[in-house]
Design a binder for this molecule. Structure first.
Ligand code: NAD
Length: 479
């Protein structure tokens, strides 16, 4: 299968005819090729976006909204096709792509299609000065959106939908590891009547295509989701050009469990928050801290449940854990299991590569639980981003709070307790952009989404995203 760029409403080969292989994680086989777009392709995408901007930015909110909602409906109508494509490209269970990834991508368009009709600017009456100020929220122009491989269409559309809803035109790049659903999105946009050039999708490596987007002097804002090291690099390139930047980066999220929680609910959710999407969700709780009084019980019950998870081909309905996204990623995750062993961690279950019959070259790994003696070890400090979690006991609130905060990251935290005072105190003091109490990954798209410390800068979601994708201009009128 050959994937092409989507520029000015058309599907095009890369100008330099430079291609890269696309792998299927479930089989380990190459099943297609994608453009490795150059500066020339990004320039063509920019030019189409620039030409589309004067009309799109003046298109009524009602029309923009109608088109976004149409895209959403078409995604839903093609749910199976998109879910199959996502699963094939990423290795995630098809059931997950059907239940989460594609419905959420559709929701992103519907949500921002509606949100833009409710987005308002402010006015300030300067009493005593006979003046009034009103603030315009104007689209920026051409913006860049760059996304990772773990939730491919879900995170790609989480940026594109608010960008175009706010009247911008977009040059977007999905991860080169999972380009397929972004490619299919082009067809949907054409069918929904999105004017040509409003969205342009260029494929390729981060170091070539992504870099060309970030370096382009006329692309005035970059919305990026990916690794912390890449985010730091992008910030270095973009800062001297004074680009607006939104950076959603890595995490090492604590999952804090107190003895007074609703145990069954906590246990089932903790299995999910540890291993959903093969543990490849930036919000997964990879460091599990359990109050000492229930630690042994938790350890026994958790390991039993995790050991029962079925690793298998993503299209098998019985599969809980599909394939990891790529061979290098599988090797990286397995290397961390070795590091844990060298650091005297105890592997309580998992730790090995899995051979799935008929798909012997696929990138399968057992869900892995490691007991660690201290939070200072590398597996508790560095992002692994795979089906590997650590567990350790704690005794006091202050002790667990200190451990939870003692990492460079600060994306999300999960807290399991029925104690109100403790909930208030810890939620207040946890260094994270998102705190879940007695739940995990429950999302309301109006809420701010993002991290602190090395987990990023800025917030996505709701009006925060619409503010990011607009420039505020204040007008002061004296009367
Ligand atoms: P990555 O940083 O390697 O790549 C992300 C995207 O950036 C890809 O499209 C890639 O091609 C591009 N890129 C790479 N180098 C670039 C450069 N020099 N210039 C411009 N673009 C470049 O990340 P990944 O491995 O695809 O994704 C995993 C990471 O993403 C993890 O660290 C995970 O925590 C993070 N993540 C964060 C969130 C969040 O919301 N905070 C969500 C999902 C994933």
């Amino acid at each position: 299968m050959t994937i092409q760029n989507y520029i000015n409403g058309q599907f095009l080969d890369p100008i330099d005819t430079n291609w890269i292989d696309n792998y299927c994680p479930a089989t380990g086989a190459i099943y297609g090729k994608i453009p490795n777009s150059s500066k020339a392709d990004v320039a063509a995408a920019y030019s189409a976006a620039k030409d589309a901007f004067p009309t799109w930015s003046k298109t009524t909110l009602e029309t923009r909204s109608r088109i976004l909602i149409k895209i959403s409906e078409l995604l839903e109508a093609h749910l199976d096709r998109f879910a199959e494509a996502e699963s094939k490209d990423n290795g995630k269970p098809i059931s997950l792509a059907k239940a989460v990834d594609i419905p959420r991508a559709a929701s992103n368009f519907r949500f921002f299609g509606n949100a833009i009709t409710q987005f308002a600017s402010e006015s300030h009456e300067s009493i005593g000065h006979d003046a009034v100020n009103y603030t315009l929220r104007q689209p920026i122009g051409v913006v860049g959106c760059i996304s990772p491989w773990n939730l491919p269409l879900y995170l790609f559309t989480w940026k594109i939908a608010p960008a175009i809803a706010a009247g911008n035109c977009v040059v977007a790049k999905p991860s080169e590891v999972t380009p397929l659903t972004a490619y299919l999105l082009g067809e949907i946009c054409n069918a929904a009547g999105l004017p040509k050039g409003v969205l342009n999708i260029v494929h390729g490596l981060g170091t070539s295509t992504g870099q060309a987007i970030v370096e382009h002097p006329e692309i005035k804002a970059i919305s990026f989701t990916g690794g912390t090291a890449t985010g730091a690099h992008i910030a270095r390139v973009a800062a001297p050009m004074f680009k607006k930047l939104s950076l959603e980066l890595g995490g090492k999220n604590p999952n804090i469990i107190f003895a007074d929680c609703d145990y069954e609910d906590m246990l089932n959710t903790t299995v999910r928050s540890s291993f959903a999407n093969q543990g490849q969700i930036c919000l997964c709780g990879s460091r599990i801290f359990v109050e000492a009084t229930i630690y042994e019980q938790f350890k026994k019950d958790f390991v039993a449940k995790v050991s029962a998870l079925k690793v298998g081909h993503p299209s098998d309905d019985a599969t809980d854990i599909g394939a990891l996204v790529s061979k290098p990623h599988l090797e990286k995750v397995m290397n961390y299991i070795d590091i844990a062993k060298n650091e005297k961690g105890t592997v309580l279950c998992g730790g090995n590569k899995v051979t799935v019959k008929g798909y012997e070259n696929g990138y399968y790994l057992e869900p892995t639980v490691i007991e660690v003696a201290s939070d200072d070890c590398r597996v508790n400090q560095e992002e692994i981003f795979g089906p590997v979690v650590t567990i350790m006991p704690f005794t006091t609130e202050d002790e667990v709070l200190e451990m939870a905060n003692k990492v460079k990251y600060g994306l999300s935290a999960t807290l399991w307790t029925n104690n109100l005072k403790r909930t208030m105190k810890l939620s207040n003091q946890l260094q994270a952009g998102i705190v879940w109490v007695n739940t995990w990954m429950m999302r309301d798209l109006r809420t701010p989404f993002g991290g602190v410390k090395a987990s990023g800068v800025g917030r996505e979601g709701g009006f925060e995203a619409l503010r990011f994708f607009t420039e505020a201009k204040n007008v002061c009128i004296k009367y």
